[in-house]
Ligand binder design. Structure first.
Ligand code: HEC
Length: 212
């Protein structure tokens, strides 16, 4: 009798053990995650730009907002790095020498081809333009296309970010850096432009009262 009881207890114990093992095996099946086809994460870096020098050149839409762009104080140091591409031909120091190209201290706002002691090409002399931010932007994109016949044999800075930085650096090389233009107004969405204009400005007729 006591033997039989003992067997029953052992039997029940074995049964519950089997039950637990069975549940575990079943559970593993339920919670198993499918193997990934490719190991690791898929990270799309095509849209990531590395800043100066990296990334694809962006198609520029409209004029550059110099008043906003050139306010970034970090640009000057970035531009100094970009200027490594110019230093085989240009010196940037105040009262520095002319080299293959003219000294570039204070070039922003200066008339083109007017730095003393440099023998400019007839083409650049004929351009007769002041080096505004826009003029420098066009020139640095592709000098040979901007002024055909120039002696500056440099392919250009193809990246807008590089040109922005370069122009900020050139601007800083001055006893009194050229003023920044006011920031361009934000482009309003076409639909909201009309009501904003009509509510902001007084109607034209109120300015000049109609005479009988
Ligand atoms: C291979 C030599 C060379 C390199 C590199 C070069 N330049 Fe020049 N640069 C010249 C020469 C030469 C001229 C004069 C062009 C002329 O008279 O037609 C010039 C003229 C200029 C002018 C007009 C100056 C003035 O007094 O009117 C600017 C601005 C200028 N370079 C900026 C740059 C910048 C910024 C870089 C680098 C991103 C650069 N250049 C790289 C040779 C070079």
């Amino acid at each position: 009798m006591s033997d039989l009881r003992g067997n029953t207890i052992i039997g029940l114990g074995l049964a519950s053990l089997l039950l637990v093992m069975g549940l575990r095996i079943a559970g593993e099946d339920v919670f198993r995650t499918p193997e990934p086809a490719k190991a690791g994460y898929d990270i799309d870096i095509s849209a990531v730009s590395t800043g100066a020098g990296g990334g694809a050149p962006k198609a520029e839409e409209g004029p550059v907002d110099w008043g906003t762009v050139l306010k970034d104080p970090a640009l000057v140091a970035q531009g100094q790095q970009v200027s490594a591409k110019c230093q085989s031909c240009h010196n940037f120091a105040k009262d520095g020498p002319n080299m293959t190209g003219p000294n570039l201290y204070g070039v922003v706002g200066r008339m083109a081809a007017t730095h003393p002691g440099f023998n400019y090409s007839p083409a650049l002399k004929a351009a007769a333009k002041p080096w505004s931010y826009d003029a420098l932007n066009t020139w640095l994109t592709n000098p040979q296309k901007d002024v055909q016949g120039t002696m500056m044999t440099f392919v250009g800075l193809k990246n807008q970010a590089d040109r922005n930085a370069m122009i900020a650096y050139l601007r800083s090389l001055s006893d009194s850096p050229a003023p920044l233009p006011p920031p361009l107004p934000p482009k309003p969405a076409a639909s909201s432009a009309a009501p904003a204009a009509s509510s902001g400005a007084p109607p034209a007729s109120s300015a000049a009262p109609a005479k009988p």
